[in-house]
Design a protein around this ligand. Structure first.
Ligand code: SF4
Length: 483
C-alpha cells in the first residue's frame, strides 16, 4: 500500500493505522504530485484532517475531520480509521502501540477515575469495551507488582541462543544445538566476559531479577548449563534477588539433572511451553516433543519442587480450530500452573491488489477474536488475571499477547520491560541491553550481534557498545531513535 502525507509530519501515526487495515504489505511513501495504482493520502490543511483512498486514480473513499484537539497524530489515525471502519472495526481502535497499558497507567497517574479511563479508551481511542477493560486490569496489576520494587535496581538478561530444533514461527536468535556443540564452551566463555563487565558496571546497584532466555537455555549440556549458572551466582550479589527465571521452554530439554541444577542455583521461576496440546500441530510447527512429554516434564518440575511455573500457549497455530484451542486451554488449566501466557500468532498475508481490505485479514481477525474469547473464558473460570501485555504490530487485528497469573504470582522481569523504568544489562548473542535514565526520561539500547561466531569473536566490541550506551543514557543525551 502506498501512502502520501501532505501538510503534517505524522507519518508514523498514518503508517501504523494503515498497517491495521492492510497488514503484511509493503508501505511506500509517494511525493506530492506522485501517483500509484493504490494509495492512501493523509492531508492536514486549514484545521482539517483529510484521508482519501485512491484505486486506479479513482477516489474510492474519503473522510474529513475538523481538528479541534492538539493531537494531530491521533486525528490522522482517526481519519484513516473512518475510511475503512465500514468494512472492519479493529478491536484496539486507534491504539497501535505495543504497550497500550502504559497509556492507562498515565491516566491513573493523572487522577482519572476507572469509569473515566474506560470512557476515554472507548471514546478517544475507539477501543472496544473488552480491550479497554483488559488494558485497565493489566495497568492496575503492573502497578501492583511494581509497587514493592526498588527503583534503583537493575535486571540481568542472559541469552542462550540454542534450541533442539527451530519452530516454524520463530523470530528469535535460535541455532540448532546439535550443530553448535563445538562452540558451546567458547560461547559460555564469551558470556562470562560480559557477566564480569555487568557486575563491575553495576556493583553499587541492587540486582532485582535474572532472566535466562534465548533460545532454550536448557538445551545446553549439563556441564555447560551448570557452569553458566555457577558463574552467574559467584559473579553477582544475589542477596536481594526477587526473581530468577529460566526459559526451560522445550519439554525435550528438561531432565531430572537440569531441574536439580536449577534448584541448586536458586532458580525460582521456570517456563515450560507446549504452545498447543495437539500432537499434529506440534509436528507441524517443528517441535520435537509431544503433548504427553510436556505433561511429563511439567510434573517432574513439580516433583522437584518448582512452585512457580509459567506455561506459554499460542492461538492461531496452523490448521487449529476452536475445538483444538479449547482442548489446549482445558488441558493446561487442569494442570494449574501459576501463570499462563497466551500468544496470538497471525500469519501476515498481503491483500490482493485493488481489494479494499483483504477478506483474509477480516476472517483471520474474526477467528482470532473467537480464540481470545475462549482463552478469556478459561482464564476467568480458573481465576487467572491478566498482568502483562504487549501487542503484535502489522498483523490482522493487531492482537495482544497477554500474561495471566494466579494471585500473588507474575513475572517481575516482564513487567519491568513493559514499564521501561529499569535498566536491563544483557549478555549473549542477540541480547539487547537497555539503559534507563528515569530522571531525564532517556532510554539507550545496546545491541549484541546475533550471529554466534561473530558474537564470540567480537565480545569486546559488545562490551564497548554497552559502555557507550550507558554513558549516553547517564548524560541524558537525546536518543535520535526517539525522534
Ligand atoms: S523454542 Fe522458542 S527460541 Fe527455540 S526455536 Fe522455538 S520459538 Fe525459537
Amino acid at each position: 500500500m502506498d501512502y502520501k502525507i501532505i501538510g503534517h509530519d505524522h507519518r508514523v501515526a498514518a503508517v501504523d493505522m494503515i498497517q491495521v487495515f492492510f497488514p503484511g504489505e509493503k508501505y511506500k511513501a509517494l511525493e506530492e504530485g506522485e501517483y500509484s495504482s493504490r494509495f492512501i493520502e493523509s492531508r492536514f490543511e486549514s484545521g482539517l484532517i483529510n484521508a482519501r483512498f485512491f484505486v486506479d486514480s479513482l477516489l474510492v473513499a474519503e473522510a474529513r475531520l475538523q481538528c479541534v484537539c492538539i493531537d494531530i497524530g491521533l486525528g490522522v489515525k482517526e481519519s484513516i480509521y473512518e475510511l475503512f471502519k465500514g468494512k472492519y472495526h479493529p478491536p484496539w481502535g486507534l491504539l497501535t502501540g505495543i504497550r497500550p497499558a502504559k497509556i492507562v497507567s498515565k491516566m491513573i497517574d493523572s487522577g482519572l477515575s476507572e469509569t473515566d479511563i474506560i470512557r476515554s479508551m472507548q471514546e478517544k481511542y475507539l477501543a472496544s469495551p473488552a480491550k479497554a477493560a483488559l488494558c485497565l486490569e493489566v495497568a492496575k496489576a503492573e502497578r501492583d507488582i511494581l509497587e514493592a520494587t526498588n527503583t534503583k535496581s537493575y535486571a540481568l538478561y542472559i541469552g542462550v541462543p540454542f534450541c533442539p530444533s527451530r519452530c516454524l514461527y520463530c523470530s528469535f536468535t535460535a541455532y540448532p544445538v546439535a550443530k553448535y556443540t563445538h562452540l558451546t564452551k567458547q560461547y559460555i566463555a564469551a558470556v562470562k566476559k560480559e557477566l564480569d563487565y555487568a557486575a563491575r558496571l553495576y556493583k553499587e546497584k541492587e540486582l532485582e531479577s535474572v532472566y535466562v532466555g534465548g533460545g532454550t537455555p536448557t538445551s545446553l549440556d549439563d556441564e555447560s548449563f551448570s557452569q553458566l549458572l555457577e558463574y552467574t551466582a559467584k559473579t553477582f550479589d544475589m542477596a536481594n534477588l526477587k526473581e530468577y527465571t529460566i526459559e526451560a521452554g522445550r519439554a525435550d530439554t528438561i531432565s531430572e539433572s537440569k531441574l536439580d541444577i536449577m534448584r541448586h542455583f536458586g532458580v525460582s521461576r521456570i517456563s515450560i511451553n507446549p504452545q498447543s496440546m495437539k500432537d499434529e500441530t506440534l509436528v507441524k510447527i517443528g517441535r520435537k516433543h509431544s503433548a504427553a512429554e510436556f505433561v511429563k516434564a511439567y510434573n517432574l518440575a513439580r516433583k522437584k519442587g518448582f512452585s512457580h511455573i509459567n506455561v506459554d500457549i499460542i492461538l492461531g497455530l496452523p490448521d487449529e480450530n476452536e475445538a483444538d484451542v479449547s482442548n489446549t486451554l482445558k488441558e493446561i488449566t487442569a494442570l494449574l500452573p501459576e501463570e499462563i501466557t497466551v500468544h496470538t500468532l497471525a500469519l501476515k498475508r498481503a491483500s490482493k491488489l485493488k481489494e479494499e481490505i483483504s477478506s483474509a485479514t477480516i476472517a483471520e481477525a474474526a477467528q482470532m477474536e473467537k480464540f481470545l474469547g475462549l482463552s478469556k473464558y478459561y482464564m476467568d473460570n480458573f481465576s487467572y488475571k491478566p498482568y502483562y501485555m504487549y501487542r503484535q504490530k502489522n498483523s490482522p487485528g493487531n492482537f495482544e499477547n497477554a500474561g495471566y497469573r494466579k494471585d500473588g504470582y507474575g513475572c517481575l522481569y516482564n513487567v519491568q520491560i513493559m514499564h521501561e523504568r529499569q535498566s536491563i544489562i544483557a549478555a549473549g548473542a542477540g541480547a539487547v541491553s537497555k539503559f534507563v535514565n528515569a530522571d531525564h526520561d532517556r532510554i539507550e539500547r545496546a545491541f549484541n550481534v546475533k550471529n554466534v561466531d561473530e558474537y564470540i569473536e567480537r565480545t569486546a566490541e559488545m562490551i564497548r557498545r554497552k559502555t557507550a550506551a550507558y554513558n549516553k543514557a547517564a548524560k541524558g543525551v537525546l536518543n535520535n531513535a526517539d525522534h
